[in-house]
Ligand binder design. Sequence first.
Ligand SMILES: Nc1nc2c(ncn2[C@@H]2O[C@H](COP(=O)(O)OP(=O)(O)OP(=O)(O)O)[C@@H](O)[C@H]2O)c(=O)[nH]1
Ligand SMILES: [Mg+2]
Length: 342
Amino acid sequence: MKCLIKYLNLYACNKIRIITADTESKNGTAPTENTSAGETGVKVNNNKNGIRLTATAITLHFNPGQCKIVSSHIIINRINIFSSLFFKVYLESIFVTGTAGAGKSLLTSKLIQWYKDNNFYPISLNLDPGVLSLPYEPDVDVRNYIDISKIMSEHDLGPNGALIMAADLIATKLDEIQEEVFGLNPDFVVVDTPGQIELFIFRASGPYFVSNFQSDNKINIFTFDGILASSSPINFISIALIAASVRLRLNISQIDVMTKRDLVIDKLQEIVRWSSRSYLEDSLQSEKNSEYSLLSKDLLHALSKNKLMQNPILVSSLTMSGMVNLTAALSRVLNLGEEKAD
Ligand SMILES: Nc1nc2c(ncn2[C@@H]2O[C@H](COP(=O)(O)OP(=O)(O)OP(=O)(O)O)[C@@H](O)[C@H]2O)c(=O)[nH]1
Ligand SMILES: [Mg+2]
């Protein structure tokens, strides 16, 4: 065992050095030997996958003239003994989908934060080639492989054409992205998907990526935009229809989430009541437009009959309310470990 730990220590230190060098050269701050110092420590932990080593690297950069530390950073990497010995990678993936502006990216960042706070090692993967700014720093970023402005100029396309082409190209970058994810060896990866849901879900590339991404477990969180979904029962049913289409297209386990809980506090009671089918049907009945009302009731009936209707978990990425319910539901599907109490 001692020998094994010694070998893994070396393996972990080497791996962390590669990650440090990579991060620094990407940031354009690769220091020379005499202006930097670092230390790597390795700790042994037990988890459900067996023994896991946590390697922590602390790097310091000096300004030699002023004898001053100009920057420092800590890199943590977890290495599973099983993955290093048998090359079996234990990886669980959480895809975050939903209509434009529903809150996918903010939820991705808060999920990463929540899991880090609870001693997991999650990483974020941004799959939106067109996004300009994100509320988190992605660990793996599709924009490093697909450049929208280059596509526009090289193929003489407008922004929409370039986005369609970029969405189609995502599948061709699967191997490189997968390798980058494996290189970080996370407990799980949270995947933030493109805003234009029709480009990701209804074209071939997105479902291809999801089904061919190598992972022990996969789940999709479908986000209902809380403001749109709560504005009327008909809107709620319309978004539930999109959620059902996504479930059929991706063909993996799905949890439905209603975002922006903090912005619909005054409607919470009503939304919760919609989880009762008969109450929702009564609410649809009282809609002014009787044609829409009838159609919505038929759709609700079809969704319920085929078990395609879920009660979405209400979550606020701003206040974090509902996050425990969401992570507990994820735990049940992914078996990530003990659930935390509220
Ligand atoms: N108050 C509040 N605002 C939220 C919440 N979730 C998202 N937002 C806001 O809603 C807007 C859209 O959020 P994003 O996370 O960018 O949504 P998205 O689905 O990633 O958007 P696209 O990728 O462009 O489709 C931002 O201004 C967020 O700050 C929430 O739970 N509460
Ligand atoms: Mg986004």
